[in-house]
Design a protein around this ligand. Structure first.
Ligand code: GAR
Length: 199
């Protein structure tokens, strides 16, 4: 059975949605390790409550290459096949990414390539877009830029706040992240340049 490694920094709701699907058998994999770069991340507590292997590797003050090597070691120790970034708010080094070619996924709360980086929902509101959404993509060496697996759109409403829009987007994140993991685990895709097609 394939082994997932989840990296998170905070609340961990995307991780919970993945864990629910794993527990229900609709993702045919097991969660081998949940790693947070902040010891106080809520997602770590959730992982422990679920009886999962939860590890804090604090990143504060550490050089990126040094930190990323610690991450790779923990993921290798747990024999991870697919790395899922779930609200992991750190850039990964090129050497980390080379360790898991086309084996790192991320979810981002915008229709990329619009609004990469922090506070994507705020950026969308500030720009005045009428359609917002989320993206699950392979991670490459650029920020929020790798080949796109799945996107979902939601409307921006007249009286939207960042909180209301974020909640609408988050429901879609929870849905498409698990869908993307299923597709990748099944190997039912081809990557040609930037384009991912399903077969
Ligand atoms: C999610 O909205 C995710 O898309 C975003 O952080 C949130 C984490 O929520 N990630 C990024 O902005 C990455 N660039 P969660 O901890 O409840 O899953």
């Amino acid at each position: 059975m394939k082994r997932l490694g989840i990296l998170l920094s905070g609340r961990g709701s995307n991780f919970e949605a993945i864990a629910d699907n794993v527990a229900a058998g609709s993702i045919d994999a097991q969660i081998a390790v949940v790693i947070a770069n902040r010891a106080e991340a809520r997602g770590l507590d959730v992982a422990r409550q679920r009886g999962l292997n939860a590890v804090a590797i604090p990143s504060k003050g550490l050089d990126r290459e040094v930190y990323d090597r610690m991450l790779v070691e923990e993921l290798r120790r747990n024999d991870v096949d697919l790395v899922c970034l779930a609200g992991f708010m750190r850039l990964l080094s090129a050497s980390f990414i080379r360790e898991f070619p086309n084996r790192i996924l991320n979810v981002h709360p915008s229709l990329l390539p619009a609004f990469p980086g922090l506070d994507a929902q705020h950026q969308a509101l500030a720009h005045g877009v009428k359609i917002a959404g989320c993206t699950v993509h392979f991670v490459d060496e650029e920020l929020d830029a790798g080949p796109i697996l799945i996107q979902a759109a939601v409307p921006v409403l007249n009286d939207d706040t960042v909180e209301a829009l974020s909640a609408r987007i988050l429901r879609e994140e929870h849905r498409i992240y698990s869908e993307a993991i299923r597709l990748v685990l099944a190997g039912a895709y081809c990557v040609g340049g930037r384009r991912v097609t399903f077969c």
